[in-house]
Design a protein around this ligand. Structure first.
Ligand code: FAD
Ligand code: AMP
Length: 480
């Protein structure tokens, strides 16, 4: 007889492993199926995020930022760095060590919480059965009361830039270069393209980013998108908008990239390596037998309702494989909510309060609605901004680029969106998320005491400035 579980989770990324742990902690019998193997055929837990996404990219961003600052930012602060150099293999080994530490941590957490880890690729059959095939194609069938699909996503490939995994790579390849490319091309000025372009730019590459759209970060609040673009350009990232890549060719270790420019003219440039970062697509092929009853949408995402329930009762789907932003913390929140829901608790993910971050320097971070969205909806709003250049802690940290923008409802004063460009904006945005989650008004933030000196004081000042009351600004009113 097939082994039976209360919950079988398919996929061990930040959606799947978090769901499995929470469900097991709630007393359920849980198995997590993961098919990823390393070069020694050992199971790899943690998904995209831990292995080839959030964690390795942030490790390289942190290291490259230190290098860049030592190289160009130390001298005027009175620090002499001497002969600074980059040892790429050592840097990669350090990054790989961090990944190993964290993925090993998941194996430990599974053990400690009683999650059974099953190695192999899962397929959902009818009657809530799951088939798991190992590397030798040996099939085992399991049964479950509930199934959580958390199979994530993979990079999109485009015909004009076929990957050869040497000169033309996706984000995974860009985290593994064995040397700093002299000239680097990046297709796509999205979050991943900007982060990986920044890593190699700081380490010495001449970076050209080609973006088909005419607006930079079109879905981001344009105040911070424009400010970000200014800083990235100053740092040496050449970002070409309205540049659609139409063809690539590798000749003698060089990549010849052909693109259509803003005037519709064909242009060409050559680089040593090319990163293709044009978005991600859900892992939903071969995941369901034809009689499973689970529906996909037209783009291949597993179709779910607001509670992450698919078209079959008892089968849920979370994370990158379903609608919504492709973010690790969104996947984890959905994982926790679904596990709690199966255990009979009432839960909800607040999709209006999911923070977004681009981990460049300065970082871009935001939550809630943009000014452009509010304008289009005809919602009355007011805005308070504050520049990081006037923040004492930012000066002390040699990081005065950027600003904080708080948008509140014109009548109710409720905070509708917060948009930040700053050193450590990723940390600062959490305060805005908490405030919005609690339904705070701009005045609530303005009346809150912030520690001095902190970067967060700029959030305080921006909130005060929603009503023209920032202190470190010319805000004198006429006497009534
Ligand atoms: P995944 O992490 O993709 O995990 C899915 C897992 O399912 C994989 O391990 C896969 O092997 C397994 N799987 C697939 N099919 C099957 C099957 N049939 N049977 C068994 N197992 C299966 N997000 C952030 O929030 N912050 C960041 O800073 C950030 N940086 C990123 C940087 C890069 C370079 C990339 C590529 C992504 C980044 N992301 C970031 C996005 C983030 O990694 C994803 O949103 C997140 O990993 C999604 O989690 P998930 O659990 O849905 O899927
Ligand atoms: P994201 O989905 O946020 O990672 O961003 C991917 C970006 O790649 C989008 O802004 C797309 O406009 C861009 N893109 C997709 N195809 C091409 C192409 N052929 N040439 C240049 N940019 C592209």
């Amino acid at each position: 007889m097939a082994d039976k579980y209360d919950i079988i989770v398919i996929g061990s990324g930040p959606g799947g492993y978090v769901a499995a742990i929470r469900a097991a902690q709630l007393g359920m019998k849980v198995a997590c199926v993961e098919g990823w193997l390393d070069e020694k055929d050992q199971q790899v837990l943690g998904g995209t995020c831990l292995n080839v996404g959030c964690i390795p990219s942030k490790a390289l961003l942190e290291i490259s930022h230190k290098y860049e600052e030592a190289k160009h930012g130390f001298e005027h602060q009175g620090l002499i760095a001497g002969n600074l150099d980059v040892d790429v293999p050592k840097m990669m080994a350090h990054k790989n060590g961090i990944v190993k530490n964290l993925t090993g941590g998941i194996a430990g957490l599974f053990k400690a919480n009683g999650v059974k880890s099953i190695t192999g690729w899962g397929t959902v059959l009818s009657k809530k059965q799951v088939s798991v095939k190992d590397k030798d194609d040996k099939e085992t069938i399991y049964e479950a009361e509930n199934i959580i699909i958390a199979t994530g996503s993979r990079p999109i490939e485009i015909p004009p830039a076929k990957l050869d995994n040497d000169r033309i790579v996706d984000s995974t390849g860009a985290l593994e270069f064995d040397e700093v490319p002299k000239r680097l091309g990046v297709i796509g000025a999205g979050i991943i393209g900007l982060e990986l372009g920044s890593v190699w730019n700081r380490l010495g590459s001449e970076v050209t980013v080609l973006e088909a759209q005419d607006k930079f970060l079109p879905t981001v609040d344009q105040t911070i998108a424009k400010d970000g673009l200014k800083h990235f350009t100053k740092q040496g990232l050449e970002i070409k908008l309205k540049a659609r890549v139409t063809h690539t060719e590798v000749k003698r270790n060089l990549v010849y990239v052909t693109y259509e420019d803003a005037d519709g003219k064909e242009q060409q440039f050559k680089c040593d390596r090319l990163i293709v970062s044009v978005g991600r697509t859900p892992n939903s092929e071969k995941l369901f037998s034809s009689d499973s009853g689970v529906n996909l949408d037209e783009r291949g995402f597993v179709f779910v309702d607001d509670d992450c329930l698919t078209s079959v009762p008892g089968i849920y789907a979370i994370g990158d494989v379903v609608r919504g932003p492709m973010l690790a913390h969104k996947a984890s929140e959905e994982g926790i909510a679904v596990a709690d829901r199966i255990a009979g608790e009432k839960t909800e993910v607040n999709y209006d309060c999911i923070p977004n971050v681009i981990y460049t320097h300065p970082e871009l971070a935001w939550v809630g609605q943009t000014e452009e969205e509010l304008k289009a909806e005809g919602e009355p709003y007011k805005v308070g901004t504050f520049s990081m250049a006037a923040n004492g802690r930012a000066m002390a940290a040699n990081a005065t680029e950027g600003l904080v923008k708080v948008i509140a409802h014109e009548k109710t004063d409720r905070i509708l969106g917060v948009h930040i460009v700053s050193h450590q904006a990723s940390e600062m945005i959490a305060q805005a998320v908490i405030a919005m989650e609690f339904g705070a008004s701009a005045e609530d933030l303005a009346l809150t005491c912030f520690a001095h000196p902190t970067l967060s004081e700029s959030l305080h000042e921006a909130a005060m400035n929603v009503d023209g009351k920032a202190i470190h600004k010319a805000n004198r009113r006429k006497k009534k």
